[in-house]
Write a protein of this length. Structure first.
Ligand code: ASP
Length: 451
């Protein structure tokens, strides 16, 4: 059985965690392809290595030196390497690599930033390979360029190129244990490019799909995916099994345990994903599969996404105007904005966007453009909204979910600003004011899980 196992930043934050990770790797001969993040936070006050590297790079890009942030990163690795009694050469080469990255040319700012960011994962993978070798294990660091992880040339937000899969397939044949850094790959020009933040999940998913792994294990710091955010709902129930579609909806709307872009590669190759806890490897975790065996539970989770806004417009007889929607969306496209949802009525349309995508200046331009091109009777922008998603494949076969959900929100005195349900019926979305977000999630959780 070939497993691809990915370990997140909190699993690699200290020497003790690294030891645990190596124990987990060697406990199962199927774990032959290992993807690692950069060391994460050791406690709430701590700073992730990636954030330190971004801070160092930003300093340099502002014409400063960035040496203290870089030194902090080197210290993080040194702490781990010395506690694990690795030979000094290991640490020397990590320190040299990070210093070289810092001193690279900053002419191409995107390339400079991505090269710095990638240093966290790259050095962590080298370090883990060394720790395993010191234990007598046949483990080897593999560079994403040599392995063929080709990505689109979109710094900080790259996507895998289709041809990468064929190249990566050879990893299957590599003897011993492959230690592969997450989060970055190479453009066709040979430059380092990173995925969006949290992107090591994506690397693991791509490798699992390329080698057709039996399972993609994603080791993190929780026992499973829970039915609601534990900081909003006390002691939410764990979810033992989820479909890809359910996980996609939940991670889209704020379940940060698994990167939402990481589902696509495994979904296509039908590789199940097992979310597991490095600190409790005996727990079964959550399994993400193509279809669930138990669909008797109509709702699996309640997610909430904050900081959304809505452009609302109405125009009498909008439904008779051919091309109205296209012209409206074209205005957003021209501003480089992607929209989230477009709920509509006969004479009105709402466009839901992430607030971060609509600066005050863009809002002004867009509203002006809409007024000129489409002459709506009414147009306004509402900020400070949240989207609440009730997710579950079983909803399709169950009558009355919408009525239970709206009833629960009404009882909690939450005003519903909008409702949207896709025709696939995997989720139902409610737009509420941000101040009502927590009460909405709590009310829906109580309705579907407490009874
Ligand atoms: N280290 C990167 C980040 O913090 C990628 C990852 O951990 O998956 O975003």
């Amino acid at each position: 059985m070939l497993k691809v196992s990915k370990f997140g930043g909190s699993s690699l934050a200290s020497a003790e965690q690294v030891r645990r990770v190596c124990d987990i790797i060697t406990a199962d001969p199927g774990r032959r392809i290992i993807v690692v993040s950069a060391p994460g936070k050791r406690d709430n006050q701590d700073i992730k290595v990636t954030d330190l590297l971004i801070a160092a790079a930003s300093q340099r890009l502002m014409g400063k030196i960035g040496a203290s942030e870089c030194a902090e990163v080197i210290e993080r690795y040194r702490g781990i390497a010395s506690e694990l009694k690795l030979p000094p050469e290991v640490m020397d080469s990590i320190a040299r690599d990070l210093t070289e990255r810092l001193e690279n040319s900053t002419t191409d700012t995107d390339l400079y930033m991505d090269t710095m960011k990638a240093g966290g994962e790259d050095n962590c993978a080298r370090l883990i390979a060394q720790v395993l070798q010191a234990r007598g294990v046949d483990a080897h660091y593999v560079n994403p360029k040599d392995a063929g992880l080709l990505l689109s040339d979109e710094p900080g937000n790259a996507q895998v190129l289709p041809e990468a899969y064929n190249r990566l397939r050879d990893l299957h044949e590599r003897p011993g244990i492959t230690i592969f850094p997450g989060f970055f790959g190479y453009s066709k020009d040979g430059n380092i490019v990173t995925f969006s933040r949290g992107g090591s999940d994506i690397t693991g998913a791509i490798l699992a799909s390329a080698v057709r792994a039996e399972v993609y294990e994603n080791f993190t710091d929780v026992d499973s995916v829970f039915a609601a955010n534990p900081s909003i709902v006390e002691d939410p129930v764990p979810i033992s099994e989820l479909t890809y579609r359910e996980m996609r909806e939940l991670s889209y709307a704020g379940f940060s345990v698994f990167h939402d872009e990481a589902l696509e590669p495994v979904y296509r190759a039908h590789v199940p994903v097992n979310i597991r806890n490095t600190n409790n490897p005996k727990a079964d975790g959550t399994l993400i599969v193509p279809s669930r065996t138990s669909t008797d539970i109509p709702v699996v989770g309640i997610a909430a996404m904050d900081s959304v806004c809505c452009i609302y417009l109405s125009k009498y007889l909008m439904n008779r105007q051919i091309g109205f929607g296209r012209r409206l969306l074209q205005i957003l496209e021209a501003e480089g904005i992607s929209f989230e949802h477009v709920p509509s009525g006969i004479d009105n349309m709402s466009i839901i966007l992430r607030e971060e995508n609509l600066s005050a200046a863009k809002e002004k331009r867009i509203v002006e453009q809409i007024r000129q091109t489409l002459a709506p009777e009414d147009i306004f922008v509402e900020r400070g909204l949240s989207l609440i998603m009730v997710v579950g494949e079983g909803m399709r076969h169950t009558v009355g979910i919408a009525s239970r959900a709206t009833g629960a929100l009404a009882d909690a005195k939450v005003n519903i600003e909008m409702i949207n349900q896709g025709s696939n019926e995997v989720s139902m979305m409610f737009g509420v004011k941000s101040e009502d977000m927590e009460s909405a999630v709590q009310a829906l959780y109580a309705e579907f899980f407490d009874s």
